[in-house]
Design a binder for this molecule. Structure first.
Ligand code: ZN
Length: 312
């Protein structure tokens, strides 16, 4: 089976060196996947995305907000300190990379409908709301992709499995009244966002939750969502800020725990015959090599779920 991986070198842009958002992680992750042999595997097909267009974006975001985002007219209100920790320095390059990232998740969704499973080497900007940015998220790629599945592909039941350590408050709010999208968020109860929104299913776990407790909850919640909602598609946010060493998370998962988590979600979807698109989500370690290793677990788990042993 084929594993499409969506990547664009433009996911990273020049960035303030000490900025807390690790912009270089997209480059380092791509290099790490190359070092792991992903360029030499027959099963892997690299896909280069196009920037998301207005038709897709307007299904989620307001026209006025999009205009202000394009023009950089989001000064202190959205980009800077008022909604910490969003604080992104606006530039035309930031707009382009954000559109590429959303386009990457759209491409992953389209590929997953063909091949059953696909991954974006970015994405998971789940704090973005319809009309404002929040928590390092300007546009909500998961929401845009879910709307694309409903409107463009005619699906009727899309499940968002959000395993980032932070609650998917933007997605929850956007789909508050949308019965065709089920939002499942497993997150830290004391983490950002401090004012939680209501997902269809929220599971708030205490600080220092480790591999065993986490995987136990995940298996139970995933089974329940798959059984009761019977999704036709799963969008999976595989944030690695659940890792013990993450700067912004409060959980205690190991690298092996990340792998088992990702393998659990992907294998469960494949076994049920439900297409799944995975995005990398959050991860905030200044040690970029360690961070790339954590994000790579999703890609290794995908290969294994498809029955391919890693080579090289
Ligand atoms: Zn996060």
């Amino acid at each position: 089976m084929t594993l499409p991986i969506v990547h664009h070198p433009g996911y990273r842009i020049d960035w303030p060196v000490r900025h807390p958002f690790p912009m270089e992680k997209f480059r380092v992750l791509r290099e790490h996947l190359g070092a792991l042999g992903f360029d030499n595997l027959d099963a892997v097909r690299w896909i280069t995305p196009r920037p998301a267009g207005d038709r897709a974006l307007l299904r989620v975001h307001g026209a006025d907000y999009l205009q202000r985002f394009y023009l950089g007219d989001l000064p202190s209100a959205a980009l800077a300190a008022r909604r910490p920790p969003s604080g992104f320095p606006w530039s035309p390059a930031l707009v382009t990379r954000t559109l590429l990232e959303v386009g990457g998740t759209l491409a992953a969704v389209d590929q997953a409908l063909i091949h059953g499973l696909a991954l974006n080497s970015a994405g998971g900007t789940h704090h973005a709301h319809a009309d404002h940015a929040s928590g390092y998220c300007l546009l909500n790629d998961l929401a845009v992709a879910a709307r694309h599945l409903l409107a463009h592909h005619g699906l009727e039941r899309v499940l968002i499995v959000d395993c980032d350590v932070h609650q998917g408050d933007g997605s929850a709010d956007i789909f508050r009244d949308e019965t065709r999208v089920f939002t499942l968020s497993i997150h830290g109860e004391t983490n950002f966002p401090f004012e939680k929104r209501r997902s269809d299913r929220d599971v708030a776990l205490p600080r220092d939750t480790g591999d065993i407790a986490y995987l136990d909850v995940l298996a139970r919640e995933l089974d329940a969502a798959m059984m009761t909602f019977a999704p036709q598609f799963v969008l999976y946010d595989a944030g690695v800020d659940v890792h013990a060493a993450d700067r912004l998370g409060h959980f205690a998962l190991s690298d092996a725990g990340l792998y088992r988590r990702d393998r659990t979600v992907l294998s469960r979807c494949l076994a049920a015959g439900v297409p799944v698109a995975g995005v990398i989500g959050g991860g905030y370690d200044r040690d970029l090599a360690a961070l790339a290793r954590r994000h790579a677990q999703l890609f290794l788990a995908a290969l294994a779920a498809l029955g391919h042993a890693r080579e090289g």
